[in-house]
Ligand binder design. Structure first.
Ligand code: FAD
Length: 442
């Protein structure tokens, strides 16, 4: 931590997703930084269409097995309800279910939201109950879960709409220099172990007292995160539905079955979306070691492969089939062969070993702060995560997150990671192998 963060003359934020943009907003609002120059660089023009933070919807829930996240999410949710992009927030409930070992997560989460005390909860003892609450056409334990609960105080947000809203709020301060460019490498001084900004792919430099790396699933291309973070690709499938179908489902809760990891958020923009909150695909990629002085030294890390990397990308057949089978099991009328998915997408989580965020100074390089590790659940914190990141920058990490958000002491092999207990579905899939098994036809 620099001794004089309060006199920072310049901050460079790499990544304009939820973590980066929310941090820029927090800096703008904090009088302590009124003289600090703020630059946000992103490889895509805003909104970054393959970033994790941009999509038609994201679940907004305090339903966490870990009480600190339940409490922080509850604070964030009160902002969504009141003064943070409220027009993009819809409180239609979340039905959290399971039919296997993931029931432990569901039970712990239920206890936490009951402790918060403000939430409207209904415990569901059977698949029939789940189907009733969610308005499902069919009841199959494996698909919709056998037990769970609905929290009517949870909801979802139009993620892209909220990001655009926040960008406008940031623009009102007229303080942030937004640069569209790809960061090629951090600017290291290996004699003093300092980072003083970044080199862009055109060779130019952006210099700053403090560099905040918030590049989501791409962060592992800019520092060595092996054994700390890994990028996992998650499938999303969309298909158009009629106005009547949309109206019938619009006020139903999101159904999320942690055992098969599949979920359906209420439809929006005339489309239904099915996705998987699973272990995801790895995409091992060999790149020059981001911290090495030797250009020939390489490391292999999982990195995103998206529709920006490959405009013809369609998700592996396995993923499309899983989403279609799930839809067919709960709403068969929407899954008939004449109504295929019309769009699919791979979206990348930045997973950590236990699902905790990584919000901390780099232990080796002065001037480098890391804000990533969203682990598939970071978006809901958009109204508050920038403030939390600033607290950590200032050495005031909230007590209950000190252990959770710090740089871990050891690098643990990925196969040994426990996760947070919320992920079901297939384990150990590698994207290229799944592609080789045959591409999904839309
Ligand atoms: C399919 C899916 C579903 C999810 N569902 C939920 C949910 O329901 N609820 C919830 O709370 N959370 C959810 N999440 C998680 C949440 O979306 C993420 O935790 C959060 O959006 C992460 O934000 P970020 O800023 O870390 O990453 P991003 O939004 O990905 O931002 C990183 C940015 O860095 C930029 N970048 C990368 N490399 C470079 C470079 N070299 N140079 C310049 N710029 C660069 C990228 O272009 C990108 O814009 C989901 C995530 C996914 C993928």
């Amino acid at each position: 931590m620099p001794s004089s963060y309060d006199t920072l003359s310049s901050v460079l934020i790499i990544g304009s997703g939820a973590f980066g943009l929310s941090t820029a907003w927090a800096l703008c609002r904090n009088p302590q930084y009124k003289n600090t120059s703020i630059t946000v660089v992103d490889r895509n023009s805003f909104p970054s269409t393959d970033g994790s933070s941009v999509d038609s919807s994201r679940i907004i829930r305090p339903d966490y097995a870990a009480a600190p996240y339940a409490r922080l999410a509850s604070v964030a949710q009160n902002r969504w309800r009141t003064d943070f992009a409220p027009e993009h927030y819809h409180e239609t409930g979340l039905c959290l279910t399971a039919c296997g070992p993931e029931q432990k997560y569901v039970g712990d989460s239920l206890a936490n939201v009951q402790n918060i005390g403000t939430d409207k909860i209904e415990v569901l003892d059977s698949a029939k109950d789940i189907a009733r609450v969610c308005g499902l056409e069919r009841t199959l334990d494996d698909a919709c879960g056998s037990t769970g609960y609905v929290n009517w105080s949870s909801g979802w947000a139009d993620a892209e709409g909220a990001m655009v809203w926040l960008r406008k709020e940031v623009n009102k301060f007229n303080r942030v220099n937004f640069v569209v460019a790809s960061v090629k490498r951090l600017l290291f001084d290996f004699d003093s172990n300092t980072v003083s900004g970044a080199t862009l792919s055109d060779g130019s430099e952006l210099r700053a007292d403090l560099t905040i790396l918030a590049a989501g699933a791409w962060s592992a291309s800019l520092i060595d995160l092996r054994g700390i973070c890994k990028s996992t690709g998650q499938v999303l499938c969309y298909k158009p539905i009629s106005a009547d179908e949309e109206a019938a489902l619009a006020n139903r809760p999101t159904i999320l079955n942690l055992s098969n990891a599949l979920f359906m958020i209420p439809p929006s923009r005339g489309k239904v979306k099915i996705a998987r909150h699973g272990h995801g695909y790895l995409n091992p990629t060999t790149i020059p070691h981001p911290e090495s002085q030797d250009p020939n030294e390489k490391i292999t890390v999982s990195l995103p492969y998206t529709h920006v990397t490959d405009p013809n990308l369609v998700i592996p057949a396995e993923g499309r089939r899983a989403c279609n089978d799930f839809l067919a099991s709960i709403h068969p009328s929407l899954a008939v062969p004449s109504r295929p998915f019309t769009t699919t997408r791979l979206c990348w989580y930045t997973d950590t070993r236990d699902g905790d965020f990584l919000i901390t100074y780099h232990p080796k390089y002065k001037g480098l702060f890391i804000a990533t590790g969203g682990s598939g659940h970071g978006f809901k914190f958009l109204p508050v995560i920038g403030d939390s990141i600033l607290e950590c920058v200032e050495g005031r990490t909230p007590e209950e997150f000190k252990e959770r958000w710090r740089w871990p002491e050891d690098r643990v092999p990925e196969e040994e990671w426990a996760g947070d207990g919320s992920r079901g579905g297939p384990v150990g899939m590698v994207l290229e192998e799944e592609f080789r098994k045959g591409e999904a036809k839309l």
